[in-house]
Write a protein that binds this ligand. Structure first.
Ligand SMILES: [Zn+2]
Length: 374
């Protein structure tokens, strides 16, 4: 990872570059940024820059042996610690990061903007809570007691220290305060509030702001063929999270159109079990995905309403046109307006942290009861 691989954030990058230039690299740093921000990417770019054999003034070379090893997360002086949970095969004292390193590497290489639930889902921990245990703290101390193999800086990177058990945190306080020379602690957190003050008081805080819309647009249009309209829409919905933006690219409009059609049929047929299942699915998706789903429903209903008043104004894709025309015939404008009002109010309450499952079920039941009225 090079600074150049991360969109925007020029000021943040410059701060890190200056620290290296002035030889002011703190031995324990906390890279804090919300989920979907560049904090892990930035931490890795920083470690690459620090250990690069041929750095330019503002970035690592990306080609030397050190850069290549850090790029693949296999550098022997880069130690990785992250939340893990017991599995059928890995239990007890074996539940430490080293025993999950291969999988975490593949995860982080593909999802450098990902969060805890993405990692836990990726590995398949099956709804278990991730944890950084007391046993892990013993491993941390053990790793740091060895001499650096080849790098200028030996790095202990702890991803999501908010998952650290208090006993583990207490066990590393001393070494965090005074690491062996040439050793850096880099903590990468998504949730500053849940960190223990004994930890935060011993690290230098480096905050990474969420991405700006334009940074997201630039990044996703570089990677995918997207119309500027669609890219802009994704960036607005993603609210600064590149993780969510990437997920939204994969959530196609065809899927959403199927979900909408299915949902309307379930409401019409008063299939309550299916509606409860749908509410559960809705609850499980991320907040950004929930807003995107309701936003899509809203656009379909508005289109159906437009057809009733002035069909000539309808501007939708061919695939959606038939559905909207038929749907519009089956509904009168009062019903459509009622549904639009309900979904708008749903979006309003979602924004204010209403329970997503109850909210979706409530909208479904109200629509179900009005939809059949003559
Ligand atoms: Zn290099």
């Amino acid at each position: 990872m090079r600074f150049a691989d991360i969109p925007g954030l020029e000021e943040e990058k410059q701060k890190l570059i200056n620290a290296v230039e002035r030889n002011h690299v703190a031995h324990a740093q906390l890279f804090y940024g919300k989920e979907g921000s560049a904090n892990l990417a930035m931490a890795l770019a920083f470690v690459s820059f620090l250990n690069c054999e041929k750095p330019s003034k503002e970035d690592s070379c990306g080609e030397c042996a050190s850069c290549r090893k850090i790029d693949k997360l296999v550098h022997p002086d880069l130690h990785l610690v992250f939340p893990v949970a017991p599995t059928a095969k890995i239990k007890g004292k074996d539940v430490v990061s080293d025993n999950f390193a291969g999988e975490w590497r593949s995860f982080a290489l593909d999802h450098v903007y990902g969060g805890a639930s993405d990692w836990l889902g990726y590995y398949g921990f099956e709804n278990k809570q991730g944890n950084i245990s007391k046993e892990e703290s013993r491993q941390i101390i053990k790793h740091l007691s060895l001499k650096a193999f080849e790098a200028k800086y030996k790095v202990m990177l702890i991803w999501l220290p908010e998952f650290m058990h208090s006993a583990a945190a207490n066990a590393i306080l001393k070494i965090l305060e005074e690491p062996p020379s040439g050793t850096l602690f880099i903590l990468v957190s998504h949730n500053y509030e849940s960190l223990l003050t004994t930890i935060t008081s011993r690290v230098q805080l480096f905050t990474i702001r969420p991405f700006e819309d334009q940074e997201i647009v630039g990044f996703i249009t570089d990677k995918e063929e997207l119309s500027s309209d669609k890219a802009q829409k994704i960036a607005t919905l993603a609210e600064g999270s590149l993780n969510e933006a990437i997920k939204l690219i994969n959530q196609s409009e065809a899927d959403q159109s199927d979900i909408f059609g299915d949902w309307m049929r379930n409401c019409w047929q008063m299939k309550y079990k299916e509606l409860i299942d749908k509410s559960n699915d809705f609850h499980r998706s991320s907040k950004v995905a929930q807003k995107s789903t309701l936003g899509y429903f809203l656009s379909m209903l508005r289109d159906a309403l437009i057809v009733q008043y002035s069909p000539g104004l309808l501007r939708v894709k061919e695939e959606e046109k038939d559905f909207i025309l038929n749907f519009s015939k089956a509904m009168n404008s009062d019903k459509l307006e009622f549904m639009i009002k309900e979904i708008n109010s749903g979006l309003y309450h979602l924004e204010r942290n209403a329970n997503a499952k109850i909210l979706f079920l409530d909208i479904s039941l109200k629509i179900s009861s009005i939809i059949r009225r003559s």
